[in-house]
Design a protein around this ligand. Structure first.
Ligand SMILES: NC(=O)c1ccc[n+]([C@@H]2O[C@H](COP(=O)([O-])OP(=O)(O)OC[C@H]3O[C@@H](n4cnc5c(N)ncnc54)[C@H](O)[C@@H]3O)[C@@H](O)[C@H]2O)c1
Length: 339
């Protein structure tokens, strides 16, 4: 059965969702598009050639007018909780962008509301739907490099060229930790297969950064199975850029797993066993759907089979908790437990 979706939020990323992801999935039909800002709605309507009678400035209006089974939230963060709450109260399933709420309390409220209403709440953690991330998770789960010790992760981008006034990204809340590192925090949970217990975080802005809030950071994160992550991230790095998932060097008792994913550099994973210099290439799985298409396919599957998706809202509370602990540590300068 085709899943009827209302999409909420038609900024740059939302438009890309509509064109490059939703329109290509034959199991889904968009019955309405919602954008709170009228000029942005009109611009998106023209660019995407959407029917005017199915475009709305409020989700309530759309819900009253069209049939839908689910709501896809691709709005900016202030629109996440209100849109998801409205959708769940109308008994719709919800797939939403990260970070799914601006506080843990609001995230929990949505998770509980979804459970009360018997609806699926899933967060699109699209970086999980990439071959090297899945291959790395399997290498670790299979104990190929044994118990994990130190894990070093670097993320570097130079997103510092646009005029300050024109680029919304320079002015968002916690552009590194809440907008970007949350992907890496979620990948840590997937690939390491352990849950975070404590984080120490320092963030800053380079003198040339155009960002209002810190665009760079260094974190130490301890996990419940003994793994320790050293993480460095930067939106304004003048060093060579990494892929979006970053560069991962994971040390286990039997050797090292190196991998990277999602970007201009080749998707790859390799193992160097202890005492050897040779790198053994890890074969990557062929995934049926990649990135956001993978998220959307998993959501459709969860709705159709009435099962809990891997990145359910409840699961994602742990990713969100690590993000908020990192933000608190950056503010206080103290280690913070992830709760
Ligand atoms: N997963 C990824 O790889 C990835 C990449 C980029 C952006 N994102 C996420 O996608 C979301 C949107 O990003 P963007 O770059 O398009 O942001 P944006 O600020 O350019 O656009 C967001 C749009 O949402 C609209 N909006 C806000 N509240 C709304 C509401 N209540 N109802 C309807 N519309 C509302 C705004 O008017 C705006 O047009 C963010 O949550 C961001 O974190 C994810």
């Amino acid at each position: 059965m085709t899943l009827r979706i209302i999409q909420v939020g038609l900024g740059g990323w939302g438009q890309n969702w509509a064109r490059a992801v939703v329109a290509k999935n034959e199991d889904v039909e968009t019955t309405a598009w919602v954008e709170i800002d009228a000029p942005s709605l009109e611009a998106a309507r023209e660019r995407l050639e959407l029917p005017a009678e199915r475009c709305f400035t409020s989700l309530d209006e759309a819900l009253k007018t069209v049939e839908a089974d689910a709501v896809l939230v691709t709005a900016s963060l202030p629109g996440h909780v209100p849109s998801a709450r409205t959708a769940l109260l109308a008994d719709k399933h919800v797939l939403m962008e990260k970070p799914f709420a601006p506080t843990v309390a609001e995230a929990r409220e949505l998770v509980e509301l979804a459970e009360q209403r018997g609806r699926i709440l899933m967060i699109s953690q699209n970086y999980r739907f990439e071959p090297a991330a899945r291959a790395a998770a399997k290498v670790v789960a299979d104990q190929t490099i044994g118990r994990l010790g130190s894990i070093n992760i670097d993320f570097r981008r130079y997103d510092n060229t646009a005029p300050v006034a024109e680029n919304r990204h320079y002015h968002i809340w916690e552009p590194l930790l809440a907008d970007m590192s949350i992907h890496h925090f979620d990948l840590m949970r997937l690939v390491i297969g352990q849950e975070p217990v404590q984080v120490t975080c320092k963030t800053w802005n380079a003198p040339w950064s155009k960002y209002d809030e810190p665009a760079e950071g260094a974190l130490t994160i301890t996990f419940d199975g003994g793994a320790v992550v050293s993480y460095r991230g930067s939106w304004v790095s003048t060093a060579p850029q990494t892929n979006w998932a970053g560069e991962w060097h994971m040390e286990g008792e039997k050797g090292e797993l190196i991998w990277t994913s999602r970007g201009e550099l080749p998707e790859a994973a390799a193992i160097r066993l202890l005492g050897e210099s040779k790198l053994n290439i890890v074969e990557l799985p062929a995934l049926e759907a990649l990135d956001r298409s993978g998220s959307l396919a998993a959501f459709v599957e969860a709705v159709n089979t009435n099962s809990i998706p891997e990145t359910s809202g409840r699961d994602n509370l742990k990713t969100l908790a690590l993000m908020f602990a990192a933000i608190e540590s950056a503010k206080t300068g103290l280690p913070v437990n992830v709760e």
